[in-house]
Write a protein that binds this ligand. Structure first.
Ligand SMILES: Nc1nc2c(ncn2[C@@H]2O[C@H](COP(=O)(O)OP(=O)(O)OP(=O)(O)O)[C@@H](O)[C@H]2O)c(=O)[nH]1
Length: 297
């Protein structure tokens, strides 16, 4: 049954490059032990992450292109920008301490005229002192009178919980937009592990899949490609030989098939590197089990 009090909505993060958007995302997500999605591309927003709680779902996205100089903006781009402002339930305008320059007036006017709540997050306050902070607060209050201002340090997680709480207050009552059970606690690496594991289940005899754990050590997204390095962990040297197989053929097949599925899943080209490592008796080691998410105690 749907909880009548459930809240859900779209929160759009805007701001100049390098002001700390990703760091803020990580602070939100880390704190709630929630998820970052598979960077789902929708027509209007680029979803950065979804933070789920029992009674809320925050869908965070940013608006690429919005801060580019006006001369680069084409008509269609302006529509895009407009829709980003209209569709969001809350706007997070991220600035950093010391930043004053408003490079794009049109964009700035959209913020000051926004019909939805604007939270102006003054980030990186750990880099300044009190007088700089006071000056910045006064500056932004005057420039964006419709905004609620929060002084934060995304890196040090200072002020972030307060922003988080305020966002939840501002979200409209709504059922979740994305399935919560499928997304909670499952970062991108989890999906990578699952896809590789599935191929191992398909291609090896019974006992092997149960001795295997996948650990994705690297997940690095570039503009056109995602570079992934995953370890296939086994308990014994003999299992390593079986996984690699005759002239490496079976392992190669796992890699090729997993990569194909990963490309479908992430909607992007994937470079996947897999290697096999013996981790003696990992299944009997509590610390290891916890690391792989089996033992939550
Ligand atoms: N001192 C300090 N540094 C921060 C803080 N937040 C972010 N940074 C740093 O600022 C730099 C840029 O942070 P990102 O989170 O990558 O910024 P971004 O806005 O996502 O950058 P783009 O995606 O390139 O637009 C990194 O070196 C961060 O470590 C903060 O609160 N304090």
């Amino acid at each position: 049954m749907q909880d009548q009090n459930h809240k859900a909505g779209f929160v759009n993060i805007i701001g100049n490059p390098n002001v700390g958007k990703s760091t803020l995302m990580n602070a939100f997500v880390g704190e709630r032990l929630s998820i970052i999605t598979s960077k789902a591309q929708t027509t209007r927003h680029r979803i950065l992450g979804i933070v789920n709680g029992d009674d809320f779902q925050i869908i965070l996205s940013d608006t690429p292109g919005i801060i580019k100089p006006a001369y680069q903006l084409q008509e269609s781009m302006m529509d895009f920008v407009k829709s980003a402002f209209d569709d969001a339930d809350v706007l997070l305008y991220l600035v950093e301490l010391g930043e004053k320059d408003l490079k794009d007036e049109q964009f700035f006017n959209k913020i000051t005229n926004a019909k939805i709540p604007v939270l102006l997050l003054l980030n990186k306050i750990d880099t300044g002192n009190e007088s700089l902070l006071a000056e910045a607060l006064a500056h932004w209050q005057e420039k964006v009178p419709n905004a609620e201002i929060f002084a934060i340090s995304a890196l040090k997680n200072f002020g972030v919980p307060e922003v988080f709480a305020r966002i939840i207050e501002l979200l409209p009552k709504s059922p979740p937009f994305y399935p919560k059970d499928q997304l909670t606690d499952k970062p991108e690496r989890f999906f990578v592990n699952e896809i590789i594991r599935e191929k191992i289940l398909l291609h090896y005899k019974k006992e092997i899949p149960y001795s295997v754990e996948i650990d994705t050590e690297e997940f690095f997204e570039e503009e056109n490609i995602i570079r992934i390095r995953s370890v296939i962990m086994v308990e014994r040297e003999t299992q390593k030989g079986i996984i690699i197989g005759h002239k490496g053929g079976p392992l190669k097949r796992v890699g090729v098939e997993a990569r194909r599925d990963l490309e479908k899943f992430f909607g992007k080209q994937v470079h996947l590197e897999t290697y096999v490592k013996v981790n003696k008796n990992w299944r009997s080691d509590n610390r290891q089990l916890k690391r792989f998410g089996y033992n939550q105690k």
